[in-house]
Design a binder for this molecule. Sequence first.
Ligand code: SF4
Length: 332
Amino acid sequence: MTRALALFSGGLDSILACRVVAAQGITVQAVKFVTPFFGYELLAKEQEYAQMVRESYGIEVVLRDVSEPYFTLLRNPPHGYGKNFNPCIDCKILLLRAAKMLMPEFSASFLITGEVIGQRPMSQRRDTLRVIERDSGCDGILLRPLCAKTQEPTFAERDGLVDRELLLDFNGRGRQPQIQLAERFGIKDYPRPAGGCVLTEPDQAKRIAWYYSRYSKVRLNDIRLLLFGRHFQLPHGGWLVLGRDEAENVRLEALHDPGDFLVHMPERSGPMGVLHSEHPDDFAAAAGLVVRFGKKTVGESAAAAVLFASGGEEQYLTAEPLADELFQGWGL
Ligand code: SF4
């Protein structure tokens, strides 16, 4: 039996690509690659996700975490960034390389993606699609079922594993052909296009780019911290993250690394914080911010004791709420 491995984003195009090939009697295994920038939360509920994809779309999917190579790639992507901090071309190359390495595990004869020529400005132009398959080492083994008829035949078509006549010739940005095809397959609920990758979201992307410009070693938990909470760059180079509600406080506490300072007011409600800094003035600023964003007091001193804890050591600082005009421009 012929088997194929599909790069699965979870979007409609990747769903359809799997179904078009599976409709020819080929066993399609989908793999969804995740990093903290896209899809990471699924790792905590992989079985549930796989079941949802199976029941909704009739596709078998597994997750694979590619965070570490991705962090390295993001520092200096050979094909550059898109509008924000998104290295789309190199991202696709990395994911295809990772998929190619998985082919023996799944006994796959070829790879599938849901790319459609001309659909996205940078990464799906004809010449870019060529670059992606060449630089990922996937020349000839990468089938794009939704636009295969606009491309040179791949090995799977030439060898008769796939009937090229039953593949498609979609191109351009229109979504109508995909919507009609989804109807033919009886697929009703599917994710809207776009979304899902924080590297394309301007505010998040700016913050991640800031982190890369400051830190030479990228840590998984730091990246995860960057994606929620309130962030400040303190005057002496420190980085402070504050939770905005109880759920974020709990996440911050779980994600802080032993070398970070966990900051909070033990005797008053308020934010949990994670501080990266060794400068005493940054500690004072962080304490003032923790009090500023903590619960307001009525009829008593606004000052509060703030606890800094790291690696089993603790120290207290008493601080007044930091005046708003003092931290204008510190936000990340
Ligand atoms: S939007 Fe994000 S996940 Fe998608 S190709 Fe670009 S960098 Fe990769």
